[in-house]
Design a protein around this ligand. Structure first.
Ligand code: PLP
Length: 379
């Protein structure tokens, strides 16, 4: 690990998780397709470990600054972390967060499995009060899909003082834009499906922690819950991760440009992007992030039908859920019954990819032309 000290993230994404340099040996890890291993060594059974996972974990762990564990999906990782909480335990969570995590918390709450306290993401004083007596503090920043920002250093310090474990779902940021472990968070979580793998071709998740005891507990959760990664998927994710910094650099730059232009567009209301100086989360984001990410959300000045029409008219942007691929996607989030009622019906979430920025803007403005001008809508 020490030969990687001091290297920039863009270098780490390329060099971490390589096999040892041996004359005649490969520069890439292999895809280890074996469910079982000869007795007497460190590897034993495929649900407990795999050499291809090890390579991906070395790379993700190095980027975040801890020990990584990969899972079969982001939700597999979410459930492993939630499973740390004993029956009757208290979880503090944001009022608005990824719909899958939110649904899982609601299920566990309804079943009496845990108690949940909810705090609005930007309400730092609210978080500081709510962490008293908590077991797990669930953070997500920026949030999916409203791009709200949690003050990670302030909330994690309060949670630590209260003896609670903190986890931050950092899927929207990636380690290029935010490193929660350096901000005081105990566990960082990713849907590797998204930006880390970056090509919309695998489902994977990861957790990273610098706390060895927590890592051991989470590894045991993975083995027992069974949400394990396929070696082929792990290999593809590592291949995608090699270009993470390049992809993020391009996509973030385009996202900032599109957000600024959307602010001026007559068919667009609120634009949510933490990189905009006018965004309510901007000041906190600027303190704790090293980039503002490639996700943007905006409200169409019209109803859900108009917003849906925009999504179905684009030719470069795909009207598709999920995010974080090299290809740009957009969707009207409220089309999902599971989405938070805080999400406006006409909100469109953009996942900005790596295409030419001007091509993306032209495609979007051509689609936005279907929205009737506000003053001419009364026929
Ligand atoms: C997609 C997503 C997840 C879930 O990950 P899967 O890989 O789809 O299981 C969790 N958190 C956030 C923020 C996400 O966007």
């Amino acid at each position: 690990m020490s030969e990687l000290d001091g290297l920039a993230p863009s270098t780490l994404a390329v060099v971490a998780g390589r096999p040892a340099r041996v004359a005649g040996g490969p520069v890439n890890p292999g895809i280890e397709l074996s469910s079982t291993f000869h007795a007497g060594g460190t590897a034993s059974y495929g649900r407990d470990g795999n050499a291809t996972w090890d390579a991906l974990e070395a790379a993700v762990g190095t980027l975040e600054g801890g020990q990584a564990l990969v899972f079969g999906s982001g939700m597999g990782a979410v459930n492993a972390v939630l499973d740390l909480v004993a029956v009757g335990g208290v979880v503090v969570a944001p009022t608005q967060l990824y719909s899958g995590t939110s649904a899982r918390l609601a299920e566990w709450e309804a079943a009496g499995r845990v108690r949940v306290r909810r705090v609005a993401p930007p309400d730092t004083a609210g978080w500081q009060r709510a962490v008293a007596g908590a077991d797990l503090v669930w953070l997500e920043s920026p949030t999916n899909p409203l791009l709200q920002i949690v003050d990670l250093p302030a909330v994690s310090a309060a949670a630590r003082a209260a003896g609670a474990i903190t986890v931050c779902d950092s899927t929207f940021a990636t380690p290029i834009a935010q490193r929660p472990l350096t901000l005081g968070v105990d566990v960082v979580l990713h849907s590797v499906t998204k930006f880390l793998s970056g090509h919309s071709d695998v489902l994977l998740g990861a957790v990273v922690t610098a706390d060895g005891t927590l890592a051991d507990r989470l590894r045991q959760r993975r083995s027992l819950l069974g949400a394990v990664a396929g070696p082929v998927e792990a290999w593809l994710a590592l291949r995608g991760l090699r270009t993470l910094a390049l992809r993020m650099e391009r996509a973030q730059q385009t996202a900032g440009l599109l957000a600024r232009r959307l602010l001026e567009h007559p068919a667009v209301g609120q634009v949510r992007y933490p990189g905009l100086p006018t965004d309510p989360g901007h000041a906190v984001a600027a303190r704790q992030m090293t980039g503002f990410g490639a996700m943007v959300a905006f409200d169409v000045l019209g109803d859900a039908v108009a917003a849906q029409a925009v999504c179905s008219r684009t030719r470069i942007w795909s009207d598709a859920t999920s995010l974080g691929g090299v290809e740009s996607t957009l969707e009207r989030r409220a089309r999902w019954a599971t989405e938070s009622s805080d999400v406006p019906p006409s909100l469109i979430r953009l996942s900005v990819g790596c295409e030419d920025p001007e091509d993306l803007w032209r495609d979007l403005t051509e689609a936005l032309a279907v929205v009737p001008a506000p003053h001419s809508s009364s026929t």
